[in-house]
Design a protein around this ligand. Structure first.
Ligand code: COA
Length: 700
């Protein structure tokens, strides 16, 4: 067995469409496999040839005498199905199909791809591609691609949905001196997808960090489950493109309008512990940092610089990237004061001054690295006449070895005069950048990985009661029988009450007299709201009357609301008028749910009221498996939190009651997949308890 990966496993490899003709894909592929030093058996397959590269060639897969583990296809799309069938009959385990002309070309191609996949299922074969560049494992070694050249060995696994991107990256990596453990080209992802590759790379002993370029994920639930396991083993960094707000535009609720697919990806990545980046440079900066430095044990960073400006820039970035400036121990400050010139900056950032030579840099860096309050450090160097970039670099590398638990990054800000020093740093494993920002960002990314990993292992919320699912089912049954998707306010209130979310009872009435009688029963003051699933914003059509104090008020308000609605929306016939006891004013919050096609229900929480979409103070998490910590984070990361804690002398509100609403909306959304959207806006939060005032629920 050469390797236990589904791709690298082959002890025998058939190259279907191998060609002796220079310039053909089948020729490049064959050369790459041979030149990579692949030690298994190679079987070129081509009906026209007797041998290729001095290796005996077979007219067909079935003509090969021995067993074949993997077959790589470089034949036109029209021939793929027949050959795949032969592979199945021969007992081939894996297919890598480089051929284009499948799903990416339209309906006929998609049909062809479906047939290929069902053949693979029939014969129990795994499939990489079609329409991919292939697969590389530098340790096996094998280069089953038609890319130019073989990358150096390294500890980065790179998974890409774009073949062209792989080609570019590989070429660039040679210049940058970056090595790889594995390279996967996903192509159309008919069978094997990013999750399979991430999972495999996570178990690969030669891989330290996993990089991924994707345009979408194939299966949200599988991604959440398996990538979470992968990130607990090693960092997974994803550059995701092709984000779309189409979902958000189509949404009818506030929560849905604020969500959107990109946010769903963010939320899902956070849940799994994936680090998301937005550029290729960030992707590789982080990869270099992870492969060469340990993950910092905390977020406190020390900065040592010979120049004030870059020190300030880096300090600004520290906070905004989620790190914090270390506060040095008294002994550290005393030592710095004693040994640096009086003009030097001895607090963080440590400014060793423009005339600093290597000894001063070295002393300052070692002093801060010794400090227990420092988890990591950044060295920023600007070239002035007396600077010793090369010697300083050597000293930094030595110190990095002497303090192996404290990661280091450097920014050598300049050009040719720093090139040699920068090379020494990189070769010595200290990531070296030309500007302070990416240096700090790389350290922040590593620190974020630590935090995400801790969070991924956090406790999942538990159900503390049994919801009344029977009532919810009955209401949904009635709504569907009524040919509606939107629930009336009174129905929606009953649904959330069944999940023990405190709400103000809402009663549907059909005449001014009935409304007055119900108001008498519940006590004054009351609120009247038009009941119609076709009216999204009731206030805008004069459909809400508040503060009604007598039966007479209620009757005339009833008539007035009906007249208003008729005037604004003559074609809408309301179901009646809902009447609700007026609730005392609380802090207005929103709790909602929007269902993402890939990742399922997302729970939104934030500042509620009529300015929700304007203020956009709403944060999201996945409902499935929501953790206690996530709910706490949701509450504390919104601006609303400032109000909830008690703003300007106000009493703090009941945060436990607020978190219960979030938890229970999440439960409701998970229990009933037919719910498309939920909006509870506002939820009034009080010193004791909460009250859900207006509830909208839409079914699919
Ligand atoms: N079994 C084995 N070999 C066969 C065969 C069979 N049943 N039928 C034909 N062949 C051989 C041909 O004889 C030919 O050999 P030759 O080069 O010695 O003449 C070889 O297979 C290739 O067939 P050919 O018809 O010449 O195709 P091609 O090389 O022009 O194109 C692909 C094949 C796969 C390269 C092309 O269809 C393609 O998909 N190109 C795009 C690839 C791509 O971009 N992929 C995605 C990257 S992101």
């Amino acid at each position: 067995m050469i390797g236990k990966s589904i791709f690298a496993a082959p002890e025998s490899l058939a190259v279907v469409g191998a060609s002796p003709k220079t310039g053909k894909i089948g020729n490049v592929l064959m050369n790459n496999i041979v030149q990579s030093g692949y030690k298994g058996k190679i079987y070129p397959v081509n009906p026209k040839e007797k041998e290729i590269n001095g290796i005996p060639c077979f007219p067909s897969i079935t003509g090969i005498p021995g067993k074949v583990d993997t077959a790589i296809f470089s034949v036109p799309a029209g021939k793929v199905l027949d050959i795949a069938r032969e592979c199945g009959a021969k007992g081939v385990k894996n297919l890598i199909v480089l051929t284009a002309g499948f799903k990416e070309t339209g309906r006929a191609g998609a049909e062809l791809e479906k047939k290929l996949l069902s053949l693979c299922e029939q014969y129990n074969m795994r499939l990489l591609g079609p329409n991919c560049v292939g697969f590389i494992d530098t340790h096996t070694p094998i280069n089953a691609t038609f890319l130019k050249g073989f990358p150096p060995q390294g500890e980065i696994a790179f998974i890409s949905q774009s073949g062209a991107m792989l080609a570019a990256i590989l070429d660039w990596s040679r210049l940058a001196g970056i090595g790889y453990s594995k390279i996967y080209s996903l192509g159309n992802k008919a069978d094997l997808n990013e999750v399979d590759c991430i999972s495999e790379a996570a178990d690969d002993p030669n891989t330290k960090v996993i990089l991924c370029y994707i345009e979408d994920v194939s299966c949200g639930s599988e991604f959440l489950k398996k990538v979470t396991q992968a990130t607990l083993k090693k960092p997974v960094i994803i550059l995701k493109s092709g984000t779309s707000q189409a979902g958000a535009q189509a949404a009818s609720s506030h929560t849905g309008a604020l969500a959107g697919s990109d946010l769903a990806y963010n939320t899902a990545f956070k849940r799994c512990g994936v680090l998301r980046v937005y550029s290729m440079s960030e992707l590789f900066d982080l990869a270099i940092a992870f492969t060469s430095q340990p993950v910092p044990k905390g977020e406190k960073i020390a900065i040592v610089t010979n120049s004030g400006g870059p020190g300030i820039i880096a300090t600004d970035k520290v906070e905004s990237y989620g790190l914090s400036m270390a506060r040095f121990a008294k002994e550290t400050i005393d030592e710095l004061r004693l040994n640096l010139p009086p003009e030097a900056g001895i607090y963080n950032p440590v400014d060793v001054l423009g005339d600093a030579r290597t000894d001063r840099f070295k002393f300052a860096l070692e002093t801060v690295l010794k400090d227990e309050n420092v988890h990591s450090a950044a060295v920023l160097l600007c070239p002035v006449a007396v600077t010793e970039p090369l010697e300083t670099a050597q000293a930094v590398v030595e110190l990095n070895k002497a303090y192996p638990d404290k990661p280091l990054v450097a920014a050598y800000m300049g050009g040719p005069s720093l090139a040699e020093g920068a090379k020494v740093l990189s070769a010595g494993g200290v990531p070296c950048f030309t500007m302070p920002e990416p240096a700090i960002a790389a350290m922040a990314g590593m620190s974020m990985y630590r935090k995400l990993k801790e969070r991924t292992a956090a406790e999942i919320t538990v159900t503390d009661f049994k919801p009344d699912q029977k009532t919810v089912k009955a209401i949904f049954y009635d709504v569907k029988r009524d040919n509606r998707l939107a629930l009336l306010g009174s129905e929606a209130a009953e649904v959330i009450a069944a999940y023990r979310i405190d709400t103000i009872p809402t009663v549907l009435t059909h005449s001014p007299e009935e409304a007055a009688a119900k108001a008498d029963d519940m006590g004054y003051p009351v609120v009247l709201k038009v009941a119609s699933p076709r009216i999204q914003h009731k206030t805008d059509v004069g459909g809400v009357k508040i503060g009604l104090k007598t039966a007479g008020d209620v009757k005339s308000a009833y008539v007035n609301v009906m007249e208003n609605v008729h005037r604004y929306l003559p074609k809408v016939i309301p179901h009646g008028i809902e009447i609700q006891k007026m609730a005392p004013k609380g802090i207005e919050l929103i709790v909602g749910m929007s269902r993402d096609v890939q990742f399922g229900p997302m729970i939104g929480f934030g500042l509620g009221g009529i300015y929700v979409n304007l203020l956009k103070d709403v944060t999201f998490r996945l409902a499935n498996g929501i953790t206690v910590n996530e709910i706490k984070e949701m509450i504390s990361e919104t601006k609303a939190y400032t109000l909830l804690k008690g703003y300007r002398g106000d009493k703090p509100v009941d945060l436990e009651a607020v978190s219960k609403v979030i938890r229970r909306v999440a439960m409701l959304a998970v229990d009933f997949p037919e719910i498309m959207e939920i909006d509870i806006n506002p939820v009034f939060a009080y010193e004791h308890g909460v009250a859900a005032l207006d509830v909208k629920i839409t079914l699919s």
